[in-house]
Design a binder for this molecule. Structure first.
Ligand code: AMP
Ligand code: ZN
Length: 114
């Protein structure tokens, strides 16, 4: 596989501000935060995008939302509200091709997104 920034962070070859790790998922602070709380929840398994998910990934991806809920609480945004977002493809602005779930909170989030 060609090099992948998020694989490098997950495996400790690149620096990441990690806030959660378990056997299947890692979460770290976004380097260019778009909200006071902006975390990325990332499967350890390299999956390029939402379009590449397989049936076998259902439990893994379901676990992302459980971690998102825990991290929202831990970061003090659970009550005021937060958002979990996946960008897929050019129109959504996906820039890193290792699937990741943005957790955004700590300010009023516009709807619909820009
Ligand atoms: P996306 O545009 O949905 O693919 O999101 C990629 C996200 O990764 C962006 O919000 C970037 O700010 C973030 N990002 C890029 N490089 C790093 C890095 N080294 N550490 C943490 N976040 C990063
Ligand atoms: Zn990767």
């Amino acid at each position: 596989m060609s090099s992948c920034l998020f694989c490098d962070i997950i495996e400790g070859r690149a620096k990441g501000n990690i806030v959660h790790q378990d056997g299947s998922l890692v979460a770290f602070k976004d380097i260019n935060p778009k909200a006071p709380v902006h975390l990325l929840i990332v499967p350890r398994k390299h999956i390029a995008s939402l379009l590449d998910l397989q049936q076998d990934d259902r439990e893994l991806i379901g676990g992302v939302l459980t971690v998102a809920s825990k991290l929202a609480r831990d970061n003090g945004v659970a009550e005021e509200g937060f958002r979990v977002v996946v960008n897929s493809g050019p129109n959504a602005g996906q820039s890193v091709f290792h699937i990741h779930f943005h957790l955004l909170g700590g300010r009023r989030l516009g709807w619909p997104p820009g």
